[in-house]
Design a protein around this ligand. Structure first.
Ligand SMILES: Cc1cc2nc3c(=O)[nH]c(=O)nc-3n(C[C@H](O)[C@H](O)[C@H](O)COP(=O)(O)OP(=O)(O)OC[C@H]3O[C@@H](n4cnc5c(N)ncnc54)[C@H](O)[C@@H]3O)c2cc1C
Length: 371
């Protein structure tokens, strides 16, 4: 039986990025997915590539990843819809303007250029925002990508570099040297990567990953309705809160002229069903920030499960109890952004090379007395 250098479980954006990076280094790779390429959470995400400031470790990985996306931008096909539109963090009042100033300083101290917008400047930047908002912070280096085609692009890179794909077959267990499939087949590999997203803990109970459901809404085509990714500053409270349900205003411009509207966060919601109460709360919040959204048509609503960890950081690195079984999972609402950085960290780790940023904060063996 053939022994691969690496077997990756999961063909979402994280598994695809790992496959592309590992094959680039000349390793033989097989990717196994119970469904197909980009069928899991990746299909449900928003595609915002964002440098975050909520912890030093999150900043390091998002900034590293954002630079990798920028470097990849010229090589990606037009179908990947990569656009450097920037983010505006929207402040509703003076209290949130204090947060704008804090964020501005945080980014400045770490070499990220940002611009403080006052009430007039934010309306000039985004004329469809409500009147009377206090201002905001523009982070120009942030981008958006259509993550479905980007995942396919990364997987095509991997397969043209020699990676093999096995789709439509569920992995039932993983251990050092071997992946066992539900059909009884075994795949041998020197290294195994668990990139099974929200389902990674089914294969590796050591990984504390819970499903955090999110709803998104997409409109018909209204070119230039929104130019930046817009996020209310209350978003971080929603993202970090441990409450069962929360919503926050988040609007994304698509190259197609559509507006993608988010978002909600729910723990304990196990089905993909659309919750009309949540959608209503989400859209009501969006109307507060962009009243003209009331006049435009929505064409689709969907849900997905973010793979959430207790400290909002992903698991990247060796899983305790194994010699050569690794995790690349638990990226919650930043998996599209952090896919490229994760892939490089993991590749360096597997090859025994120094990583570009410290990998320890993402170690699956870390403890969770943090928050
Ligand atoms: C509403 C919403 C909005 C989001 N917005 C953003 C955003 O703007 N920016 C951002 O960076 N991130 C965003 N995210 C987060 C991002 O989508 C995820 O973090 C990312 O897609 C996770 O990718 P993944 O490859 O780890 O998981 P997945 O895409 O879920 O891939 C895992 C794969 O593993 C396979 N699998 C699972 N178990 C098995 C098994 N036992 N055997 C075989 N195969 C298996 C699944 O079929 C799946 O294809 C958002 C998520 C949601 C839900």
């Amino acid at each position: 039986m053939k022994t691969f250098d690496v077997a990756i479980v999961g063909a979402g954006i994280v598994g695809a990025a790992c496959a592309a990076a590992l094959t680039r280094e000349g390793l033989s790779v097989v990717v196994i997915d119970k469904d197909g390429v980009a069928n899991g959470t990746t299909a449900a995400g928003m595609g915002h590539i964002v440098v975050m400031d909520d912890s030093e470790a999150q900043f390091a990985l998002t900034q590293y990843s954002q630079r990798l996306w920028k470097a990849l931008a010229d090589e990606m096909t037009n179908q990947c819809e990569f656009e450097n539109c920037g983010t505006i963090w929207v402040a509703a009042d003076e209290e949130e303007m204090n947060e704008v100033r804090r964020k501005h300083l945080f980014y400045k101290e770490r070499g990220i250029e940002t611009e403080i917008l006052d009430e007039k400047a934010i309306r000039e930047a985004e004329p469809n925002l409500a009147e009377g908002l206090a201002g905001g912070l523009r982070v120009q280096c942030d981008s958006v990508v259509y993550q479905l085609t980007a995942t396919k692009f990364l997987m095509d890179r991997a397969t043209s570099g020699g990676a093999e794909m096995k789709t439509g077959v569920r992995v039932s267990s993983i251990r050092d040297g071997e992946v066992e499939l539900e059909n009884g087949e075994k795949v041998c590999a020197a290294n195994i990567v668990n990139a099974a997203g929200a389902y990674a803990s089914e294969l590796s109970p050591q990984l504390n990953i819970k499903k955090r459901k999110g709803h998104l809404v997409i409109t018909d085509r209204y070119p230039n309705f929104v130019s930046h990714q817009l996020i209310e500053l209350g978003y971080l409270k929603s993202a970090h809160g441990k409450d069962a349900d929360s919503v926050a205003f988040n609007a994304q411009p698509r190259i197609t002229g559509q507006v993608l509207l988010g978002s909600s966060r729910q723990f304990g919601a196990e089905t993909k069903d659309i919750d009309n109460d949540i959608v209503q709360r989400m859209t009501a919040r969006a109307f507060e920030y962009m009243p003209k959204l009331r006049d435009i048509s929505v064409i689709r609503v969907w849900t997905g499960f973010r793979p959430a960890t207790p400290d909002n950081l992903p698991f990247v690195g060796k899983i305790p109890g194994f010699t050569n079984v690794y995790a690349a999972a638990g990226h919650e609402g930043l998996g599209i952004t952090n896919s490229l950085g994760t892939a490089e960290l993991l590749t360096d780790e597997i090859l025994g090379r120094e990583t570009a940023i410290p990998i320890e904060p993402y170690s699956p063996s870390r403890s969770f007395e943090i928050h």
